[in-house]
Design a protein around this ligand. Structure first.
Ligand code: HEM
Ligand code: HEM
Length: 146
């Protein structure tokens, strides 16, 4: 169970990060290029990034409860007893990534309310951009497929 969920979370991280990155770049170029928000390509890319992040959130939440590096580590060592590497996995990564996905979801919800293309692009660019930066700030780079 743990191995499967962990593997899913590790592989999906590549896809989710790549698509999120593309959605941010697309929104920034759309905003500065004064493009019309295309209900095919632009909408699909932003929605695809949202869905992948939500699936990653769901798998991450399950992982937090089944992984020895998640809740179990906090229960075993206590908040104060965690090393900085253990704190990254059990506390910082889950907490910051939940905030990141909230930001991405807010960006998606806001974009739907606007009619003008530049406001849609701006909402995606800012809120997805903040989400991407938050996620990148707390990836356990050292153990990802090491
Ligand atoms: C812990 C699990 C999840 C939470 C807390 C969550 C939360 C949310 C929230 C609050 C929204 C509202 C955004 C809005 O106002 O438009 C939303 C939208 C959405 N979620 Fe999730 N979600 C979760 C898991 C998933 C999963 C597993 C999927 C896909 C398999 C998914 C697909 C979507 C889609 C497609 C939308 C956009 C709906 C639309 O605007 O058309 N979510 N989610
Ligand atoms: C888009 C958001 C996220 C990305 C890109 C992401 C990515 C990653 C990556 C690359 C790892 C290291 C995997 C490895 O060891 O090979 C990891 C581990 C982990 N993630 Fe996430 N994650 C995300 C969201 C979350 C969320 C929301 C939670 C929990 C609420 C979570 C919980 C965990 C836990 C507990 C581990 C440690 C697993 C272990 O070593 O046993 N992640 N994540």
């Amino acid at each position: 169970m743990y191995e499967t969920i962990h593997m899913l979370h590790s592989y999906l991280a590549y896809v989710a990060l790549a698509v999120l990155f593309l959605a941010v770049v697309n929104a920034i170029t759309g905003l500065f290029g004064n493009r019309i928000f295309n209900m095919g390509k632009d909408l699909r890319l932003s929605l695809f990034a949202l869905i992948l992040c939500h699936i990653q959130l769901l798998i991450g939440l399950i992982l937090f409860f089944v992984s020895p590096s998640g809740l179990s580590a906090i229960q075993e060592f206590g908040m104060g007893g965690l090393t900085s590497a253990a704190r990254l996995l059990a506390v910082e990564h889950p907490f910051i990534n939940i905030l990141a996905i909230v930001s991405i979801t807010v960006g998606w919800s806001r974009h739907k309310k606007f009619v003008e293309g530049n406001k849609k692009f701006k909402s995606i660019a800012i809120f997805y951009g903040i989400g991407l930066l938050l996620i990148l700030s707390r990836i356990p780079w050292g153990q990802w497929f090491n």
